[in-house]
Design a protein around this ligand. Structure first.
Ligand code: FAD
Length: 760
């Protein structure tokens, strides 16, 4: 009898849940809004779907009650199952309405699936924190978390999780956590402190970020980012990060692109290094206490998935290669957090560190984590131009230089030609013959327009023949005015190390002659899709920092990557991961002898053996360089349907060539740099293709994604909000099949979508 009652009770609960869900779907303002905006037919389907759910729920509730009266337990259970099925079908139908009417088969991620909390924008994060599940201190000690990466995202996450009491296993490719790519960050980190009293606020930082990203980011996440930005500065100051200070001792700020306030905190031109030293100190403390076990010179080569009792796969560990010995090793954890950085090196030449790669992202993708907006790559306007065919790295000149430097090209074509021929220098051209084209085109923001706008404007001038170096692919960044206004000493104080770096590379004194700069690949806004909790579409697998699809939409504003990485690591993930781990406290540590680990390791070894066995004639770099050229020429600053189709074809050829003709010297079971690079290149090839595919799908121009077919008469980006206001999430479907597109519609509840205007 007790069992009968239990089943009846369970059936009733299911019915209640279904009813609740039905009511939620019917009442969801987003469903209502989309339904209203869609064609009449779509509205009918949505209403019908909601009605069906409600009707199914009502029916099952009635049936369950009736059955309960008659004690026909079996029937009650069957009825409950039927109702759940009906409700599921109806919910899917309702969700499909949100897709573009002509693409009803495309799956959609709803705000609920993205776990966006209810309530007003400014209350969402507080509400979330007030209601999330927590793990008590005794249970934290029972839980292990793997963190991949020791950049600002990984190091801050590892240190924070350990400080909270979890056991952390932290991995990085470098010989020290301090050498992660984040160390290269120069210009600064944003926060809405309003120390300058120039009108800044959390809302304004949120708004600038949404607008800067060309209305292609999730509002709730961006607001949270702006909200926690101030905590980051306090945390870093407490760690002793030597931010620049004003005469009175307060922290100083400078301006970055896309903002009309000064909100960028900085430590000379070495902000990333100083912030990383702060995070590293926090991490070292936990290493010392035994809460973080640090694995340097280890590269994750796969994630290990283990099914739970319900048959759902969960991330439960990794396979990693010891880069010094070549040994493949297995590691278990209750959750895996990946902060592996961006995939800009797909282009071969970029401002990223040489070891930056997209392989961890591809490993997640192959296990079912969606790859979101892969085509959103940032081209930074102020890099030292490429100077030869044997170059393997590009160098950034920080955006902070645009605070005082003025960008120009000659007004006269004959002057440009003389510059290109080396007959004159920039300083020889008189003021009246200089075209400060950013100030001319964008009077309100001038030299501080966002990066995508500045890069395209430089390309436009160079394409028109006004480029200023021997290749015609450079513009001037000139400090002569700033030196006159502030004096050389002040300029040197602010930017000295950058000027020195420029002089070392170009062999020209930038105090005397204007710097030459040109756009280069710098950052990837796209990345692994995460929900509001920073969890990927795979249970137990989290992604932070530049590796996730982030809060920057189609274009990142300067000084916002450090903010996002540290927000994720110090202030967001440490909360949200608990909501997941709270349900894992009963999961015991698992042996790495399990078949899932065995299989994953074997697959990794087989891939390595396959690569080593090729013994072809082309070096990894030769093939990578070829990929880079295809990416730059066909998936670069200006893209067309035709160029993207060509790119896909060429990348497929490169893939074939790579897998049949790459040459990797040395052995697999020893230190082998070429093998490391080959494994990464195999993934860059896949990412390059995914970028081209995504760019082809997105028939609009937004942020860093510029489709030449979609531009205004003045050459500005032309968005198609009615068709492309969504996050494009690509789902892996197998090695030789095209990925499936899933959309997360982006509704702007709290901001009005506008055409970006930096002119007035
Ligand atoms: C030259 C330059 C200057 C910049 N300046 C600024 C700036 O002034 N302000 C700003 O906001 N942003 C700036 N950026 C951007 C910013 O530096 C990066 O976006 C940010 O540092 C990325 O941090 P991260 O922690 O996500 O990743 P990263 O710092 O790239 O760290 C990635 C980590 O993951 C590890 N890893 C990767 N794959 C694996 C694997 N398979 N197994 C094990 N470990 C792995 C790496 O070893 C590394 O430790 C700049 C970028 C560049 C290139």
């Amino acid at each position: 009898m007790a069992k009968k009652e239990e089943i009846l009770d369970a059936a009733k609960k299911v019915a209640d849940k279904v009813q609740q869900k039905a009511a939620e779907i019917a009442a969801d303002p987003k469903v209502q809004e989309v339904v209203k905006a869609a064609k009449e037919k779509a509205a009918e389907i949505a209403d019908k779907a909601a009605e069906t759910v409600q009707a199914a729920a009502e029916e099952i509730k009635a049936r369950a009650e009736k059955v309960a009266e008659r004690s026909e337990v079996k029937e009650a259970a069957a009825a409950a199952a039927d109702a759940a099925k009906a409700a599921g079908k109806a919910a899917v139908a309702a969700a499909k309405v949100m897709a573009t009417p002509s693409e009803k088969n495309v799956k959609v991620i709803t705000p609920k699936m993205a776990k966006i909390p209810e309530g007003p924008l400014e209350k969402k994060w507080t509400n979330y924190k007030d209601h999330q599940k927590l793990v008590n201190p005794a249970n934290k000690r029972k839980l292990d978390v793997i963190v991949i990466g020791t950049g600002l995202a990984g190091a801050s996450a590892a240190a924070s999780l350990a400080e909270m009491g979890f056991n952390v296993l932290n991995f990085c490719i470098q010989d020290s956590p301090r050498r992660a790519h984040s160390i290269a960050a120069q210009g600064g980190i944003n926060a809405a402190k309003n120390y300058q009293n120039d009108g800044d606020s959390v809302y304004r930082l949120f708004y600038d970020t949404i607008k800067g990203g060309d209305y292609r980011a999730r509002e709730a996440n961006v607001y949270r980012l702006a909200e926690v930005s101030n905590n980051i500065i306090d945390q870093c100051v407490a760690q002793g990060v030597p931010f620049a200070r004003e005469y009175g001792g307060l922290l100083d700020n400078r301006s970055f692109g896309g903002a009309q306030v000064s909100r960028t905190f900085y430590a000379k031109g070495q902000t990333g290094q100083q912030l990383l030293l702060g995070a590293y100190s926090a991490l070292s403390r936990q290493i010392g206490k035994g809460k973080v076990k640090m694995y340097t010179r280890y590269e994750m080569l796969d994630i290990v998935m283990i099914k739970d009792e319900q048959g759902e796969p969960r991330a439960r560990g990794i396979i990693a290669r010891n880069l010094v010995t070549g040994r493949i090793e297995r590691f278990f954890a209750h959750a895996v957090v990946v902060g592996s950085g961006g995939y800009g090196n797909t282009f071969f030449l970029s401002t990223n560190a040489m070891a930056s790669n997209g392989s961890a992202a591809m490993q997640m993708y192959r296990h079912g984590a969606y790859f979101a907006n892969p085509c959103y790559a940032q081209i930074h306007p102020t890099c030292i131009p490429k100077h030869g065919d044997f170059q393997s790295k590009l160098t950034l000149m920080s955006e902070s230089l645009r605070n005082d430097g003025r960008i120009w090209v000659p007004k006269k074509l004959e002057d440009a030609k003389k510059l290109q021929a080396g007959e004159i220098k920039g300083r020889d051209i008189p003021e009246e013959d200089r075209d400060y084209y950013l100030e001319r085109r964008y009077p309100a923001f001038g030299n501080l327009v966002p990066r995508d706008v500045a890069s395209r404007a430089a390309k436009e001038r160079c394409d028109a023949g006004y480029g200023v170096n021997n290749t015609g692919l450079a513009v001037f960044l000139d400090f002569s005015d700033a030196i006159k206004r502030l004096g050389k000493d002040v300029v040197a104080q602010k930017y000295g190390n950058l000027f020195q770096m420029y002089e070392k590379i170009v062999d020209e004194n930038p105090y005397e002659n204007p710097m030459m700069i040109f756009p280069a690949i710098h950052y990837t806004m796209g990345g692994i899709w995460v929900d509001y909790e920073l969890q990927t579409s795979v249970k137990g697998l989290f992604c932070i920092g530049e590796a996730n699809f982030s809060d920057h939409g189609a274009n990142r504003l300067g000084a916002s990557a450090l903010m996002q990485g540290l927000a994720d690591g110090y202030f967001v993930l440490p909360y949200t991961i608990q909501n997941y781990l709270a349900d894992q406290i009963g999961v015991p540590r698992m042996s790495t002898d399990r078949p899932e680990f065995e299989e994953a390791e074997k697959a990794v070894e087989a891939k390595i053996q396959k690569l080593m066995a090729i013994q072809g004639t082309e070096s990894v770099d030769t093939i990578h360089k070829r990929l880079g050229l295809v990416m730059w020429d066909f998936v670069g600053m200006g893209r067309t349907a035709e160029s993207l189709k060509t790119a896909i074809k060429k990348i497929d050829e490169i893939k074939k060539d790579f897998w049949s003709n790459v040459y990797i010297p040395g052995k697999a079971d020893a230190l082998n740099n070429e093998l490391e690079k080959a494994l990464r290149l195999a993934d860059f090839i896949e990412i390059g293709r995914l970028m081209a595919l995504d760019a082809l799908n997105r028939e609009e121009s937004c942020g860093g994604h510029f489709r030449e077919e979609f531009q205004t008469e003045e050459g500005e980006a032309l968005r198609q909000d009615d068709k492309f206001s969504y996050v494009a999430c690509w789902k892996y479907t197998g090695e030789d099949s095209e990925p499936e597109l899933i959309k997360e519609p982006l509704d702007y509840e709290f901001t009005e979508r506008k055409t970006r205007n930096y002119k007035s």
